[in-house]
Design a protein around this ligand. Sequence first.
Ligand code: FAD
Length: 504
Amino acid sequence: MLEFLNQKKRERPDQFDTAGFGTQSVEAFTFGENAALNVEILIIGGGIIGSCIAHELCKYKVSVGLIEKETDLCFGVSKANSGIVHTGFQSDPGALKTRMAVRGNELYRELAEALDFPFLPVGELVVAFPGEESGLDIIRQTGEKLKIPGLKIVDRKWLDENEPNLSEEIICALLGPTAAVINPYETVYALGETAAANGVKIECEAEVGSLEKKGAHWEVTTPGEVHRAGYVINAAGLYADRIAAMAGVAVPRIHPWKGEEYLLDKHAHRLTGRVIFPLPRKETKGVLVIPTVDGNTMIGPTAEEIFDPEDVSTSGRGKQAVIESIRRLIPSFQEDMIIASFAGLRPTTVEGDFHIREDRQGLINLVGIQSPGITAAPAIAEHVVAMIREKKDLSLKNSYAPRRTSIPRFRLLDGAQRNSLIRKNRDFGEVVCRCEMVTGAEIKDAIRRGARTMDGVKFRTRSQMGRCHGSFCTMKIMNLLSQELDIPYEQITKRGKGSELIKV
Ligand SMILES: Cc1cc2nc3c(=O)[nH]c(=O)nc-3n(C[C@H](O)[C@H](O)[C@H](O)COP(=O)(O)OP(=O)(O)OC[C@H]3O[C@@H](n4cnc5c(N)ncnc54)[C@H](O)[C@@H]3O)c2cc1C
């Protein structure tokens, strides 16, 4: 497969005028054809946390590997969440997670620009109904202590002018202009591609089964391989407590909390321009209205403790709870605006804060990275690298290539730009996904960058995410996966082994 990928890369015409496009390296990404890694630092888990740490470490002269049990990066918690880069003012001001969120928010803009992933600085509003004004003021004071910029209380007149769909019963709101939304999977792929292009070895379909200290090294086993590393960073999300237990370390236990989210049709795009929060309660930030980077609105999440870390089902009960909460905020909301739903699991602990500690020499555990984990990820990466630097000499590389260019988004281009791309590559002239206007060139590029499954293509391109949910494009994408990877249709899966689309 690798030889095939390399062959494809060599064959690939250098024909696009988008700077950097066509320069992504796939050599360091392997899928199911893994080799034993012998590295100074090994990261377990390819979600936003593991990928951010890999990206931070690839700036230094140090050998780094990342192993992920799923078929692709970002198939865990990081794929199913609200995608909000919070300001940080909703969490306990003394908590590590709050510090990390505030710093993470500061780091995102520059990161998004360098790695070319969508970042929409929409801002957020925490709204107050009669009697809730003092609660709002407490949050404002907390935010000011945390030095969150631009916070202000806005009145009913401001809300009428700026968010006319909000309930007339809302009397004022706290505006946090530095909040933003991202697309978590595009972010993770941007981090992974850049880390790989800068030397990080990434192996998917590599589930860690054991972790043992042997002299100065850790031995980490995955099916058929024994990896060796001086440092192990456990960023295994919902399974981080189990990984720590493999090393004989007791860490806070993870009790997953499910959150159901509902996606609205693009016609409902302007439901609100900003992320809308009710006044948060201790256990949850509540049900939110979230404008996404892709032009939809999302509503949710619910918050329910569950006992199965694989249970990502949605329910009629969850849907009704979300609808009722949203109607309180936006009375004009209509149930038939909903076109899709999903659920994600928060890796929550009773302790509530992030646990980021070197619990045994050379083993850094990241446990309980629940919300605001997406927001905090770049700051967590900075923090973890600082922890390693206290003990190990790390010097910056001269060769670090800091910039990456994303897959061109045909739907976002004007007519002249589209024609220019089609003239250079006819695959841009074939619209594969009609709902989201995704072309064959984009799908092929996603595959060359590492997509091996239908979901891998979906998360990198938005194909299959529109109103028809892939009825039109599934077969066309299967054709492209089969051609580009030289595999029969029976081997094409939705999200890895066991999810084949065609049963023989
Ligand atoms: C409904 C919901 C909404 C949220 N909204 C927001 C939000 O708006 N803003 C925000 O900041 N945060 C939000 N969060 C929190 C955020 O999603 C998480 O904090 C973050 O995604 C955690 O990332 P992670 O990398 O730690 O976990 P993951 O993404 O789960 O990554 C861990 C990886 O480790 C892999 N792994 C596990 N075990 C093994 C093993 N044995 N061997 C190899 N690999 C293994 C997994 O497959 C997985 O890919 C939300 C969470 C939920 C559930």
